[in-house]
Design a protein around this ligand. Structure first.
Ligand SMILES: Cc1ncc(COP(=O)(O)O)c(C=O)c1O
Length: 459
């Protein structure tokens, strides 16, 4: 079926959407009088909506996902060819793209060994939590069952992953939550909690304090974003990650790094943690793995973690008794293989480093011009600008004005993001994550439009 509908059919699409689609993360009252945005087509960095209006997408599909850009026919062809050959068989068996993608992925992740497939970032993290819990039962007599998570981090939308939400507005009204998840402080120095010179180490020491408070024999793992995404684009300070690694090793706590946003090139390395020289035990990834061309997520472990699920073949409960039905779809790994090939062949990691530096540079120029920009943060094509009402006191800018900046950029045809219903009083960071194919002209256009929007909204 062709989707080349005449204009009157597209207006029908909008009324069908208004009548029947329940949009994610949306208050629907405004749609009683205003049409929701409905996109029709994408090419490279650009999108077109049902009215034919063009947008420059500075957030890779809204939520830092479409890393290689829109309209990649080679991914579509690879998926099509695979689907007609074999679309699915449950993941208890293997399939060709799943085996080949696992091999390619592990080559990019020294020290890691096994890939467990599922469909979303939330699901990949749930799998990891289940692994930690089962290890606690099997190896530690039921102890070491607690999982630490960090203030301002996000790990998903299911009840289990929301139990590890460091973003109170995401978790509010969906409790009660299961036991055994313990919060540690964030590491954002701009909103400092300690007045010390070595902020990174001090913030990491808070993890050790939590482990000692809970009892080291009760703590099995810690889950951390390498660079916090939706919580405000928080790049950990110097010294943070090495100290986290040291603490995890000291207390036998598994280090689970959530690469759902940073994974597959977003920060200019294959994975965010690879900037910091740490060796995780578990890594989860989703969004950029196939750039949104198919649903796929991975829970990747070391061989040492994997080994603990096969050491007693006589125990009927002694293996990872988990399944993800759609983790057996072949579209995900075949799209992921082609996505990875594109990143390599087009030099997109290098482009991300170069364009990321340009984006940060442009944002710093804006910071000099606009007092409302309190801090600019980021790595690669993953940047944030925290907006404040007062630079001295760092009082956050009112969320409505932050959203007005986003709306003004949209009115000028550039889609940017902002922290949204995450942190009470602190939804004040503009978020930028253009596709890894961004050009100098794209980057300059994005910051030029933000410049105009800040001038307009702040008067
Ligand atoms: C760091 C992080 N982890 C996990 C998730 C959840 O991923 P999904 O929405 O695919 O379940 C997200 C989603 O935004 C995320 O940003």
């Amino acid at each position: 079926m062709s989707l080349d509908l005449p204009p009157n059919d597209l207006s029908h699409v909008v009324s069908a959407d208004r009548a029947h689609v329940w949009h994610h993360l949306s208050q629907h009252k405004p749609y009683e009088t205003v049409d929701p945005r409905v996109f029709v087509e994408g090419k490279g960095m650009r999108l077109w909506d049902v009215t034919g209006r063009e947008y420059l997408d500075a957030v890779s599909g809204g939520v830092w996902t479409v890393n290689v850009g829109y309209g990649r026919t080679s991914i579509a062809d690879a998926v099509r060819d695979q689907l007609v050959k074999l679309n699915y068989y449950a993941g208890a068996a293997g399939n060709v793209p799943a085996a080949l993608f696992a091999e390619r992925l592990i080559q990019k992740m020294p020290g890691m060994s096994r890939v467990y497939y599922s469909n979303s970032g939330s699901e990949a993290n749930e799998k990891a939590y289940k692994m930690v819990r089962q290890i606690a039962h099997r190896q530690h007599g039921g102890k070491k069952w607690k999982i630490l998570y960090r203030d301002r981090d996000y790990h998903g939308t299911t009840i289990g992953t929301l139990a590890t939400s460091g973003q109170d507005q995401r978790a509010a009204q969906y409790g009660p939550y299961p036991d055994g998840f313990v919060r540690v402080p964030h590491c954002l120095e701009y909103r400092k909690q300690w007045d010390v010179a070595n902020y990174g180490e001090r913030a990491a020491d808070a993890i050790e304090e939590a482990i000692l408070r809970e009892g080291p024999d009760t703590v099995g793992a810690i889950v951390l974003e390498p660079i916090t995404a939706g919580g405000g684009v928080i790049v950990p300070p110097e010294g943070y990650w090495p100290r986290v690694q040291e603490i995890c090793r000291k207390y036998g706590v598994l280090l689970h790094i959530d690469e759902v946003v940073c994974g597959l090139g977003r920060t200019g390395t294959w994975f965010g943690y690879q900037h910091y020289g740490v060796q995780p035990d578990i890594v989860t990834m989703a969004k950029g793995v196939a750039s949104g061309y198919a649903a796929i997520s991975c829970t990747v472990t070391t061989e040492a973690v994997f080994e603990q699920f096969k050491d007693d073949a006589s125990d009927p409960l002694g293996y990872f008794r988990d399944i993800s039905t759609f983790g057996g779809c072949t579209a995900g790994p075949v799209a992921a293989l082609e996505n990875m090939r594109i990143i390599e062949d087009e030099g997109l990691l290098e482009n991300t480093v170069a364009m990321g530096a340009r984006l940060m540079g442009n944002l710093r120029v804006l910071q000099e011009r606009h007092a409302v920009i309190g801090e600019v943060r980021g790595k690669g094509l993953f940047c944030g600008a925290e907006l404040v009402a007062d630079r001295q006191t760092r009082e956050p800018l009112d969320e409505r004005r932050v959203q007005a900046v986003v709306a003004e950029c949209l009115a000028q045809g550039v889609i940017i993001g902002a922290t949204n219903r995450s942190l009470p009083g602190l939804n004040n960071t503009l978020c930028l994550s253009p596709a890894l194919i961004a050009t100098e002209a794209d980057i300059d256009r994005i910051t030029e439009v933000i410049d105009g929007a800040l001038a307009k909204v702040m008067g």
